[in-house]
Design a protein around this ligand. Structure first.
Ligand SMILES: [Cu+2]
Length: 207
């Protein structure tokens, strides 16, 4: 496996095959893509500068959430190039990960920015033409559940993701456990007996 490391503006710039990674004491950039076009794109349709902030203060407007991005949804055109400026307003580590991207451009289908604490990173990516909704989140333990979940829609997207703070409902918001009284057990038993009995009756009728 060939690894090359060169200093770029004080950042360590390392590449392994298609993998692309930059890392320094402030954070990490993986799979940035400034110029490789997705297969379904003839050219870049638009270049969009997007600033995404992360931190506790962005979760204050959401009941019961602890972390969030400052926006929960972004809409771009097919074949758009995004120049992402990721700012962490917290003193703890946060990530900005975009999932479901084509694997031939983004290993593991993933674009990944990470800040160890307060600071910022800038990185580009180019989105395919496909009408699709991409998951954007922070993958640190419990951060997504605590609010760091958002969606990026290309060409209007192909639906909404669940549990996005302020936007969409949770899939398993509440569970209502069945009250296993003797009555429900009796009904269940009856159902099992009927289910087992019906084929027997049918078999007799046929013979
Ligand atoms: Cu986080």
């Amino acid at each position: 496996m060939g690894v090359f490391i060169t200093g770029v503006n004080g950042l360590v710039h390392a590449g392994m095959h298609h993998e692309h990674m930059m890392m320094d004491e402030t954070g990490m950039i993986m799979n940035a893509n400034a110029d490789r076009l997705p297969k379904d794109c003839e050219k870049i349709s638009e270049t969009v500068d997007i600033t995404i902030r992360a931190g506790r203060k962005h979760a204050l407007k959401f009941n019961g959430k602890m972390f969030a991005f400052d926006n929960q949804e972004w809409q771009v055109k097919p074949c758009a190039k995004l120049n992402i400026r990721f700012i962490n307003d917290d003193q703890i580590r946060h990530q900005l990960m975009i999932h479901g991207l084509p694997g031939y451009l983004y290993p593991d289908g993933m674009f990944h920015l990470e800040l160890n604490g307060q600071g910022e990173l800038n990185a580009p990516l180019i989105l395919p033409k496909l009408k699709k909704t991409y998951l954007v989140h922070c993958e640190l333990p419990q951060h997504m559940e605590k609010g760091m979940k958002a969606q990026l829609k290309v060409d209007g997207g192909d639906g909404d993701l669940p549990s996005i703070p302020g936007l969409t409902a949770a899939v398993n918001a509440d569970s209502y456990p069945v009250d296993w009284t003797q009555a429900t057990l009796a009904i269940l038993l009856l159902c099992v007996l009927i289910g087992a009995g019906v084929p027997l009756v049918l078999a007799r009728l046929r013979s």
